[in-house]
Ligand binder design. Structure first.
Ligand SMILES: CCCCCCCC/C=C\CCCCCCCC(=O)NCC(=O)O
Length: 531
């Protein structure tokens, strides 16, 4: 009798597994065909960009290609450079950078047309050129661009082009900028490597075996390989700052109030307390400053989205020579960064002191708890939304560790945590991160609000204007490492949890980069902190 029962249970389990496996296999075959079609479309778009780029003579191209951002902008404004020549030059540069890094998802074919239309308008002597007239700009693939997919690395989301531009893209177009290329991201966006089954893996321009970071890793690779002069990334836990730190580029994520999120689909929809935002990325801080100064010159964004406060760029605060009190730390007490990351902070500290600022030791309280709050609130439903989506997709092998962890039932994770903690204390701690219930999640939200208040009080009491710390725990890692080392996001995630503006500055020499993180406390909504 027992034997019969056991055999029946085993047979039912085998039948269930077989059905699950055959349905999934059938779906995988479909998905692989979709990938082939999408890659063919990308190859077409590269071919188009190549043909367009070849229409420009080499001498003009070389001249434009060698210009810094401010020189290019000046040339476009004065009319010594045409928009179409600028776009064709950047098509060419991006194709070259892409060959090295695989950072491009799609070239934007309409860029040619938009450039020619601007050039046509500029023939009228009465025409007043907008401030970003003709500037070629790259966009992270998940930034909504009309007529183009925002796959976030999911095969299932290919061939679903968005119908409306993001508010930021509408504004950039209005200001004269020309989006000419979309750049790669990791599948799900919730990783700081850059690989997905649709467009493949993006490489660090200096070493193919390493990642250019993520999730704005297509941007960092393209910019650092000289294929873009200015791009838009997005950051929910370090996705602008980490790729910038890995590639010697520079970027800033303003607090989430400063740009519109209408129609934007992030990694996990319905995530109220871990705030993401778009932000500029480039090789020079001045370029990012110029970008923010231009998009915040008026309250146009608020007119499109009443959730964005009508706060404009404050040039007086930016130019002020007020000396700041800056709190710094090289170790958050959770994950000690490698010496090179700590040294960067100490060198930056020296530079700031030489400039007359006061640097004082400061460490945010209870970082291990903060990381648990961050991971719990960033995933919201213990990874259910993402694991469901991933199970209906081709899963990128570079994401396997993370995905397996999402699939283990939370009660099992909690049970195993107490044993694992003995040998691997950090992993053991993190295995308590995923939420078990709505009660626990609500408590975490309350804890986040309390932590925001505690940090504000600490900084105000000590009169601290800004913070300086490592961007992350290591220099650029091998591709597979980030999905195993999400513990390393404590230096970035904390500023999303706090919703502070945070950026990564760099000297022009990428080997001498100085990571900075700045609070917006005391300089709310100005960009003084990016100096
Ligand atoms: C041991 C149990 C752990 C459970 C599994 C946790 C899986 C890790 C989840 C999240 C890792 C967070 C990494 C964040 C990297 C930066 C991502 C980012 O900023 N993305 C942008 C965006 O989402 O828009």
């Amino acid at each position: 009798m027992i034997l019969l029962l056991l055999t029946t249970v085993l047979a039912l389990a085998a039948a269930y597994f077989y059905r699950f496996w055959s349905v999934r296999e059938k779906r995988q075959v479909e998905l692989r065909k979709i990938v082939e079609r999408k890659r063919a479309e990308r190859a077409e778009s590269v071919k188009f960009a190549k043909q367009s780029a070849e229409k420009l003579d080499v001498e003009t191209r070389n001249k434009i290609a060698s210009l810094e951002y401010s020189e290019l902008k000046e040339g476009l404004q004065s009319g010594t450079i045409s928009c179409i020549d600028a776009v064709r030059t950047y098509y060419f540069k991006a194709i070259q950078a892409n060959e090295k890094t695989n950072s491009v998802c799609m070239f934007v074919k309409e860029a040619e047309q938009w450039a020619m239309e601007w050039d046509e308008k500029a023939k009228d002597p009465e025409f007043k050129k907008p401030p970003m007239f003709g500037l070629p700009m790259s966009l992270k693939e998940c930034v909504p661009l009309q007529g183009y997919d925002q796959t976030r690395g999911f095969v299932q989301d290919t061939f679903h082009p968005t119908e409306t531009d993001a508010v930021l893209v509408q504004q950039l177009k209005k200001l004269g900028a020309i989006p000419y290329v979309q750049t790669n991201v990791p599948q799900s966006l919730l990783s700081y490597n850059c690989s997905n089954p649709v467009f493949g893996t993006t490489n660090h321009p200096m070493d193919k075996s390493r990642t250019s970071g993520g999730s704005s890793g297509g941007e960092s690779a393209l910019i650092s390989a000289d294929g873009s002069i200015l791009g838009i990334g997005g950051d929910v836990g370090g996705s602008i700052r980490i790729p910038c730190a890995y590639t010697g580029t520079t970027g800033i994520k303003p607090s989430h109030l400063r740009f519109s999120h209408r129609g934007v689909c992030g990694s996990v929809p319905g995530r109220p307390l871990i705030n993401s935002n778009d932000g500029p990325m480039s090789t020079r801080v001045e370029t990012n400053v110029d970008f923010l100064r231009t998009v915040w010159a008026d309250t146009w964004i608020t007119e499109q989205d009443p959730y964005v406060p009508p706060v404009t760029w404050n040039e007086e605060a930016y130019k002020s020579d007020k000396k700041l009190k800056i709190g710094y730390y090289t170790d958050d007490g959770w994950f000690t960064p490698t010496p090179v990351c700590q040294r960067a902070v100490m060198e930056a500290k020296q530079i700031l002191e030489d400039a007359g600022h006061t640097l004082v030791p400061f460490r945010p309280p209870r970082v291990p708890e903060v990381l648990i709050m961050f991971l719990r609130a960033v995933c919201v439903d213990a990874g259910k939304f993402l694991s469901n989506k991933l199970m209906n997709d081709i899963i990128d092998p570079l994401l396997y560790t993370q995905v397996v962890l999402w699939m283990v039932p939370v009660r099992v994770q909690r049970f195993l945590a107490s044993f694992i903690r003995v040998f691997f204390p950090r992993l053991g701690n993190l295995m308590n991160a995923m939420t078990l219930s709505t009660v626990e999640l609500r408590n975490t939200y309350a804890d986040i609000e309390a932590y925001r208040s505690e940090m504000a009080a600490l900084m105000i009491d000590q009169k601290i204007d800004a913070l300086l710390c490592p961007v992350t725990v290591t220099p650029a890692l091998p591709h597979v490492a980030p999905s195993k080392l999400f513990a390393g996001t404590s230096y970035t995630g904390i500023f999303n949890l706090l919703d502070y503006a945070a950026g990564k500055l760099s000297k022009h020499n990428p080997f001498n980069s100085y990571p900075f993180l700045f609070s917006r406390i005391r300089q709310c909504y100005s960009c003084h902190e990016t100096r």
